[in-house]
Design a protein around this ligand. Structure first.
Ligand SMILES: [Zn+2]
Length: 91
């Protein structure tokens, strides 16, 4: 568990956002991310929370980041070491 934002990699996170399955698959394929044991969450700081709107859109739109420039730009810049792998049952 990290307390640092995965978008800017600098500020303390204030919230974490769920990651759509398709996004995890994209990161596994494109950036050699290890598959999560439970499911990745994305810690974000207050400054970066607005920049993760593509995540919320992804949940509505089906989730495939391929062809979505906003989503792929965000994914390509994520600090993978800062992602957290948490059980949905975790408090
Ligand atoms: Zn940030």
């Amino acid at each position: 568990m990290t307390d640092t934002c995965a978008v800017c990699g600098e500020n303390p996170s204030v919230i974490d956002r769920g990651m759509p399955h398709e996004w995890t698959e994209y990161l596994v394929e494109e950036r050699d991310l290890t598959r999560p044991f439970h499911g990745y969450r994305i810690p974000v700081c207050a400054d970066c929370d607005g920049s993760v709107d593509p995540i919320r859109k992804a949940y509505v739109g089906g989730g495939d980041p391929h062809g979505d420039d906003d989503a792929t730009a965000l994914l390509d810049a994520l600090v993978l070491d800062n992602l957290t792998d948490e059980s949905p049952d975790a408090p």
